[in-house]
Design a protein around this ligand. Structure first.
Ligand SMILES: *Cc1c(COP(=O)(O)O)cnc(C)c1O
Length: 357
């Protein structure tokens, strides 16, 4: 028997990461609805077929779709399938595949080298990309094969359609494939107000790793091959890497749940709007500098160490190791206006107190 006293209090919503959030109602309902009777395992079921079809409808094209347990696996397995071990992958120096995947892209590709490119606001500078491709053409240099773009970027900025097309023209000139790390693709989409097709296959993206976990799913990111040639035998790669879910319906039914009535975009819009609220509340506050243009669902701040300590004492969690430092406040699908007001009030109180001293 559990008494009310044994029931832990509901933890507050934080600004640490969008994957600290729970499951959105649309995904949870679909998950529960999928828990009926027996259906075929390993993805040969109607829930999975429906999820794949909804993803094809979303992108308005006949793409090939796969599901992995997380984004690291999606990125790494895609990159491994686009490259031979003597190739190289070009990405921004802050890219998740470089800084946050524990070497998985290199591991799964048997040593394909990741080459880093600089660029302002978390976006690759195309002159530097071109330099990295053309500086050597001899046999001693790992042959550039993939340009990897993160949308939205690690620092919460978003590539415009024109920027994506400019990257495509460089990739095309040198016969590079384009991989898009879309862990926060929905947030980028909501920020741009574009259509999904405009910022993917119509801008030259060969493969997209489509994030769901940070936008209300329990688990499971999708891999979307617009260039279907490249999807050959990807199912074997997933299986070998331990990424073929046996009870696949529980990964895919929630995808159908968030896609069929537009919740996927709606939740991303909320997260972006809450970040916009946070930014407008904090902009101009003495002692606080906003680090990057706020375009998606995060706000990066440069603040005094005493404020960081004070916020932590008040029970707030946030990351300080993403991008090139500072405090990252990340909004989620379920962040409310009230949540934003609470942290802003705490920030104001702490700053006022430190001025009094
Ligand atoms: C969260 C994230 C991923 C995926 O991370 P997992 O923890 O492996 O799901 C990939 N790319 C970016 C940019 C991310 O923010």
């Amino acid at each position: 028997m559990t008494s009310p006293a044994d029931t832990p209090e509901e933890p507050r919503r934080q600004f640490a990461s969008d994957n600290w959030s729970g499951i959105c109602p649309e995904a949870l309902e679909a998950l529960i609805a999928a828990n009926r009777g027996h259906v075929p395992a390993y993805g040969d079921d109607d829930y999975t077929r429906q999820a794949c079809d909804l993803i094809r409808d979303f992108f308005e094209t006949r793409c090939e779709v796969f599901f992995t347990f997380n984004g690291t696996a999606a990125n790494s397995l895609v990159l491994a399938s686009l490259c031979q071990s003597y190739h190289s992958i070009l990405c921004h120096q802050l890219a998740h595949i470089e800084t946050d995947e524990c070497g998985a892209p290199e591991f799964f590709s048997n040593g394909t080298k990741v080459l880093l490119v600089p660029g302002d606001d978390g976006k690759i500078d195309l002159k530097s990309v071109e330099h990295a491709i053309t500086r050597r053409s001899d046999i001693h240099y790992p042959k550039p094969k993939v340009l990897s773009i993160t949308q939205a970027t690690e620092v919460g900025t978003v590539y415009t359609v024109d920027e994506l097309k400019a990257a495509w023209s460089v990739a095309r000139r040198y016969d590079l494939r384009i991989h898009m790390d879309g862990a926060r693709f929905a947030n980028a989409l909501a920020a741009l107000g574009a259509t999904p097709r405009e910022i993917t296959w119509e801008a030259g993206v060969d493969v997209l790793c489509l994030g769901g976990t940070k936008n209300g799913l329990p688990v499971g990111d999708a891999v979307v091959f617009f260039n279907k040639e490249l999807a050959r035998e990807f199912d074997y790669r997933c299986k070998q890497a331990g990424q073929l879910a046996s009870k696949m319906r529980f990964l895919t039914a929630p995808w159908a749940g968030i896609l069929k009535d537009g919740a996927f975009l709606r939740h991303a819009k909320n997260a972006n709007a809450r970040a916009a609220q946070l930014e407008s509340e904090l902009r101009g506050t003495p002692g606080i500098a906003i680090k990057y243009p706020r375009q998606a669902n995060s706000v990066f701040l440069e603040v005094p160490p005493s404020l960081i300590a004070g916020l932590r004492r008040k029970g707030w969690s946030f990351y300080q190791f993403i991008g090139d430092g500072g405090v990252r406040l990340m909004c989620s699908w379920d962040t409310t206006e009230e949540d934003v007001r609470r942290i802003v009030d705490d920030i104001r109180t702490l700053l006022a107190r430190s001025c009094e001293r």
